[in-house]
Write a protein that binds this ligand. Structure first.
Ligand code: UD1
Length: 373
């Protein structure tokens, strides 16, 4: 009997599911893994399975790319028969991607309990597709595991009872600590040692889908690159748009890389003077690494990275980016501290909570609403 059917679909899910699968195995909870196929390139998916030792998926839906509606609907259509045949006691989803919401929705409507890892984060910006995924997934989840204490207030404000919520810390940081020693040194990834450099990642639709915004961002990155070399692993969406909008020349002089594997990215961030990003996860990883991060967004759903960590919000605004960059060059940037429970043990806390929450034997009735931990 499979107790928990775990879901992963897109790049940021893989480093979250890895420690959860390991902790479930260690505590004797039987689990299967389903890959939706939202991300499918070797560099966006397979390399994470091998680098992080994630067991090969038991099920693969191979949905691929599409509009949000098509992608979400395809996951739902293909997931339902798998759920029907596996009959798990619960479905566990992580993060905020389309696969997260799609599988949670199918499970909830079939009466299968949903566990959400990384619940309660809110940017309060509904123009972000991930924000819609977060709000809806949390509403239909039975057990919600949070990464920072502020998440509970967000959930309660949406009518979610505290008895369903458990603060466990950050599973992505479990993965970071577990792999830090194996991180590939930046010099090897770059093919040459750069004494100092910045790392840049850019893929949010709000930054890369509008030609004027993307052009302005690449212009200011070009200015930074003249003072501090900029290394940029290029997301497929961004590469596509740079070409489509005729902005390829603006990448001249930057150290452009294809999407890099987990261990390469960890090494690039660890050894960087500064990281510029619009990713959610990288805001957290830089806080754990103590590397200053300038976030190219107007808001963040991860406020602890600002309040306690190394993160500064600069939006897509060139003036703010220039000023924050000058601060880092002059003063070294924010040092920050490691947030509570970002200690490498979050996945174990989840597994222990599940030991008390999952029915003890087949046929036992759902204990939804019972406080865990
Ligand atoms: C998705 C997530 C986002 C996450 C990001 C990390 C949603 C709503 N968004 O956005 O939260 O931060 O993943 O990458 O779920 N593509 C490839 N190869 C792949 C995957 C995608 O070439 O393996 C290209 C396709 O052209 C596709 C585009 O990238 O259309 C975007 O992929 P998609 O999964 O739709 O969203 P992301 O922008 O990656």
């Amino acid at each position: 009997m499979t107790q928990v059917l775990c879901i992963a679909g897109a790049r940021p899910n893989f480093m979250k599911i890895a420690p959860v699968m390991a902790a479930l195995a260690e505590t004797g909870i039987s689990a299967q893994l389903l890959h939706t196929g939202q991300h499918y390139d070797a560099a966006m998916s397979d390399s994470f399975f091998s680098d992080l030792g994630i067991p090969p998926p038991d099920h693969h839906l191979e949905v691929g790319s599409g509009t949000h509606a098509v992608q979400t609907a395809e996951v739902m259509k293909r997931f339902e028969p798998v759920l029907e045949s596996v009959q798990p006691q619960a479905v566990l989803v992580v993060g905020d991607v389309n696969s997260t919401l799609a599988c949670a929705l199918v499970a909830a409507k079939r009466g299968v309990r949903v566990i959400h890892v990384e619940a309660g984060l809110r940017s309060y910006d509904r123009s972000m597709p991930e924000e819609i995924n977060r709000v809806l997934t949390d509403q239909i989840s039975d057990l919600l595991f949070t990464t920072e204490r502020t998440a509970l207030a967000n959930l309660q404000a949406e009518g979610i009872d505290a008895s369903r919520v458990e603060f466990v810390g950050n599973v992505m940081i479990d993965t970071l600590y577990r792999n830090l020693e194996r991180a590939v040194p930046a010099a090897r990834t770059l093919g040459a040692a750069l004494p100092q450099y910045a790392v840049l990642t850019l893929h949010r639709p709000s930054n890369v889908d509008d030609p004027a915004t993307l052009a302005a961002l690449l212009d200011v990155v070009g200015e930074i690159n003249r003072r501090l070399p900029v290394v940029m692993p290029l997301h497929p969406r961004t590469r596509g748009n740079v070409e489509k909008f005729g902005l390829t020349a603006k990448l001249d002089g930057l150290h452009i890389l294809p999407p890099v594997g987990y261990l390469e990215m960890l090494g690039l961030m660890r050894d960087a003077r500064l990281v510029l990003t619009d990713s959610g996860g990288i805001q957290e990883e830089t806080t754990a690494l103590g590397v200053p991060c300038l976030t190219l967004r107007d808001n963040t759903e991860r406020p602890i990275t600002i309040d306690e960590g190394t993160n500064t919000l600069v939006g897509p605004n060139p003036e703010a980016i220039r000023a924050a960059f000058a601060d880092v060059m002059a003063g070294g940037g924010k040092a920050g501290r490691i947030p509570e429970y970002w200690d490498g043990r979050a996945a174990m806390r989840i597994a222990h909570a599940l030991q008390g929450w999952l029915p003890q034997k087949k046929g036992t009735h759902a204990l939804t609403g019972i406080r865990v931990g």
